[in-house]
Design a protein around this ligand. Structure first.
Ligand code: GUN
Length: 285
């Protein structure tokens, strides 16, 4: 029987800890962290993420503001907004919700965010630090996955790890973190010829391709760790990228959807917001 990696429980522990620190810092600094989420357009999945973030901010006593812009917002208007937020000392974290409407240049806009306020770890400076193995702000989903592995005493060192998906948000930073933790990492993507075989030869499989129930038992070697990042809505039900019941037959450890990676991403966002606040206030943890 596979052990279920309980992201919901660990996320609660992380949020409780963030809340305690925020309350303590509020007593000493008279301020609390302030996260601003910029949401452009009306992407349905983004609405769901953003409401989850707001709920977590409330739990952790982090101040949260959502700035909504229409689908037709111009790049110049958004750059002006991001610069204003960069210069506002009462804003400690800035999150530009992705995906952006097609006419906007995602990388140019991300690069406008002050790296010290970049709670996603997506700016060129923070990505460079990640790849170099230097301390910086780490992207929330890969960070949450590393936390979950640690909680269950799963050490990637010397293991074969396979990351299915090469997005900027998950696949690429995940591969960097696993490499930094001394795993031997293979990144699979749409042009990879033998994903099933590579996956079956891996001790750790992270799936982030957005194809519901793509990975089944034939992708999983006995005892492997299976991490499911996908969330798709199919006929009103949430589905991951892993066919859970089939994969769990072979897996040693597996994350559920919901209740696995999703809550960890949001908890790590709260933690990153706290870290940015502390760095800007010049206090250490
Ligand atoms: N869209 C989906 N996941 C994320 C995330 O982690 N950060 C941002 N900014 N947008 C997202």
């Amino acid at each position: 029987m596979a052990t279920i990696l309980d992201g919901k429980q660990l996320a609660k522990e992380i949020k409780d800890n963030v809340r305690m620190k925020v309350l303590e810092l509020e007593r000493t600094t008279n301020q609390r962290p302030h996260l601003v989420v910029v949401l452009v357009g009306d992407d349905a999945a983004s609405e769901t993420y953003v409401s989850g973030k707001e709920k977590a901010a409330e739990i952790t006593h982090i101040q949260s503001t959502v700035i909504r812009k229409g689908t037709d917002a111009s790049e110049a208007e958004l750059i002006e907004l991001l610069r204003k937020l960069n210069n506002d000392p009462l804003v400690h974290g800035i999150l530009l919700q992705l995906p952006l409407p097609k006419h906007l240049h995602q990388e140019r806009l991300i690069a406008e965010i002050d790296p010290r306020k970049d709670v996603d770890g997506f700016t060129p400076e923070n990505v460079a630090k990640l790849v170099k193995g230097q301390a910086g702000i780490l992207p929330c989903t890969p960070l949450g996955i590393m936390r979950l592995l640690k909680k269950y005493a799963i050490d990637p060192s010397g293991k074969n790890a396979c990351v299915i998906g090469r997005s900027q948000i998950v696949g690429k930073p995940m591969a960097s973190l696993l490499l930094e933790a001394n795993a031997t990492v293979t990144i699979c993507h749409s042009k990879t010829k033998n994903i099933q075989e590579i996956s079956r030869n891996s001790d750790i499989v992270v799936v982030a391709i957005g194809k519901p129930e793509y990975v089944d038992d034939t992708f999983v070697r006995p005892g492997a760790v299976v991490i499911d990042v996908g969330i798709s809505r199919v006929d009103g039900k949430l589905k991951g990228d892993v066919a859970f019941d089939l994969a769990a037959r072979n897996a040693g450890f597996i994350t559920p959807v919901p209740g696995g990676v999703g809550p960890m991403t949001i908890a790590c966002l709260m933690e990153n917001t706290l870290t940015c606040f502390m760095n800007q206030m010049g206090v250490s943890g």
